[in-house]
Design a protein around this ligand. Structure first.
Ligand code: NAP
Length: 267
């Protein structure tokens, strides 16, 4: 992707581990420099977390910067963009990947406002307003004649359409991201900026580590997935890399299921 003239820049929230790390590494492999947003980034920790991923990117011959920020915090949104621009001068791809599940699962008849606000703040409110800022910047870049594909990615979930009554706010946040994708795709098309929703299924990360045994049974022994294996972060990373390269340039607003066929209705 990089022709030596204009470096392509990807900004990935939650790029410190799990799916976000998989996305960052695939973007680096296809020639992008990256900005990694992590809420817990610690420069003293270099063998894992955001600085560990930075080293992995550099080993692939690409540049990486770490931005310590909380995507739920209004005060951090502009700073995330400013730090990415200070490092690289442009952003070509924003991947809204950072997200959390519930600290504790509740029956939805018992869901608390505290849990609801936390999950919605990180998973939906933050991505909407961060995207708003980045989109304005991308429009300026397009008007200034920056070439190459520009896009926004929302990492939602099969929970955007699958009911789990013990984590209602997670499902609602992901359904909201699906509409963010449609809205930004519509609004930004005239500027040549794409928007895409990636819907991961069950991916092996810290988020699913606590339910590994349950999912091992459902995936490996049961009939939950047509493709009987766990998803890996690089499965999601490769889908994002296709968007970054511009391979889906005429498909704005598209929903990409990375779920081993979970979404298929079967008889
Ligand atoms: P994970 O392993 O728990 O990693 C979460 C990532 O989000 C970390 O990089 C974390 O940064 C970051 N993060 C959390 N809160 C943040 C905040 N307030 N501000 C900035 N960064 C924050 O999760 P994952 O499984 O990779 O999931 C990534 C995304 O995919 C999430 O949106 C999740 O909902 C979605 N997803 C996951 C699965 C799955 O099966 N794993 C399935 C469908 C969708 P720190 O390292 O600094 O904490």
């Amino acid at each position: 992707m990089s022709d030596g003239k204009e470096r392509r820049i990807g900004l990935v929230t939650g790029g410190s581990r799990g799916i976000g790390r998989g996305i960052v590494l695939e973007l680096a492999r296809c020639g992008m420099d990256v900005a990694i947003v992590s809420v817990s980034a610690d420069p003293a920790v270099t063998d894992r977390g955001a600085y560990g991923v930075k080293s992995e990117v550099e080993a692939l011959g690409r540049r990486a910067v770490v931005i310590k920020a909380d995507v739920a915090a209004e005060a951090d949104w502009q700073r995330i963009l400013d730090e990415a621009l200070a490092a690289y001068g442009a952003v070509d791809l924003l991947v809204n990947n950072a997200g959390v599940s519930l600290k504790q699962r509740f029956d939805m008849l018992e869901t608390t406002t505290e849990s609801y606000d936390r999950v919605m703040g990180i998973n939906l409110r933050g991505p909407f307003f961060l995207t708003q800022l980045v989109a304005r910047r991308m429009i300026e870049q397009a008007q200034a004649g920056r070439g190459g594909p520009m896009a926004i990615v929302f990492v939602s979930s099969i929970s955007a359409y699958t009911s789990s009554v013990n984590r209602a706010e997670y499902c609602i946040s992901k359904a909201g991201l699906a509409m963010c994708n449609a809205l930004f795709a519509d609004r930004l098309a005239e500027h040549g900026i794409g928007a895409y929703e990636i819907r991961p299924g069950i991916i092996a990360t810290d988020m699913t580590a606590g339910v590994k045994d349950k999912y091992d049974q459902l995936i490996l022994e049961g009939n939950l997935l047509p493709q009987k294996r766990w998803g890996q972060p690089e499965d999601v990373g490769r889908a994002v890399a296709a968007i970054a390269r511009g391979d889906l340039a005429y498909s704005t607003g598209q929903v990409i299921n990375v779920d081993g066929g979970f979404h298929l209705r079967r008889l």
